[in-house]
Design a protein around this ligand. Structure first.
Ligand SMILES: C[S@@+](CC[C@H](N)C(=O)[O-])C[C@H]1O[C@@H](n2cnc3c(N)ncnc32)[C@H](O)[C@@H]1O
Length: 243
């Protein structure tokens, strides 16, 4: 599978209606983020169509987003009303904005869409440069689960209906921590393919990337309600501070 910064979004023109793929956590996420920088400035890496940025702006923050896909950015422009949200087209590994921010956040495993360790390190370093002193970087991601795979692959069923099914097929490269994923919506009148290439990081690897960029982890919980993170947690929200 080839990678470019627009690929994910351009293959998902129906992103806002992909209920089966979305997290439906906008309310909790925007509340959590707003409490970290009340009335402040925020930057979202991979803003998409504004699923969380728009409710966050309604909570009083000024939000800028970086987005690689013109279709996603157009979706955001359609969704935005009075909210103070603006989008910059570019690669979020570069964090191509001039301003500094009280908060930078990257949610829904979007960080994993950077395809190499180098680009992920670059992203965290550029993020640290765009944070005000004392500013916070928030990442929401899953804990990789090797039990999912049988050998170097997995196939799974996400949904089954009367006239449709959603299945996923993955190929896993353990050494590169990279997964090629194809989610397929099967319907009587045709199938739709949603490809994705991602490179996962372990929670400890993200901590190390942050440390190398001069950021200190202040918390890691298993969700937006500050639930404790344990060895059994499948996902997390990590918060790093620029000292
Ligand atoms: C999983 S979606 C999440 C969108 C939004 N944050 C949300 O939670 O609904 C990932 C987003 O990141 C964008 N994206 C992926 N790689 C990117 C890159 N290298 N630079 C900028 N945007 C990128 C995709 O186009 C997509 O809009």
């Amino acid at each position: 599978m080839d990678y470019d910064i627009a690929a994910y979004g351009e293959r998902r023109p129906d992103y806002d209606s992909m209920d089966w793929a979305l997290r439906h956590d906008e309310d909790e996420a925007s509340r959590f983020l707003a409490e970290l920088a009340p009335g402040g400035t925020a930057l979202e890496l991979g803003i998409g169509t504004g699923r969380v940025a728009l409710p966050l702006a309604r909570r009083g923050l000024k939000v800028v987003g970086v987005e690689g896909s013109p279709s996603m950015a157009a979706g955001l422009e359609r969704n935005v009303g009075d909210e103070d949200v603006e989008v910059v087209i570019g690669d979020f590994a570069d964090v191509p904005v001039e301003a500094t921010f009280d908060l930078v956040y990257c949610i829904s495993e979007t960080f994993f869409l950077l395809p190499t360790q180098d680009s992920q390190i670059r992203c965290v370093q550029n993020t640290a440069e765009r944070l005000a002193d004392g500013g916070l970087f928030v990442v929401q991601a899953i804990v990789p689960d090797h039990d999912l795979y049988c050998g170097k692959q997995s196939t799974g069923t996400r949904q089954v209906g009367e006239q449709s099914a959603i299945i996923s097929a993955r190929r896993h490269d353990r050494a590169e921590q990279r997964v090629e994923l194809q989610s397929i919506v099967l319907k009587e009148n045709g199938n739709t393919f949603y490809p994705m290439l991602y490179r996962y990081v372990w929670p400890s690897e993200l901590d190390l990337m942050a440390k190398l960029a001069g950021l200190t982890r202040v918390s890691r919980s298993s969700g937006w309600r500050n639930e404790p993170f344990t060895a059994a947690s499948g996902e997390y929200v990590a918060v790093y501070r620029k000292n």
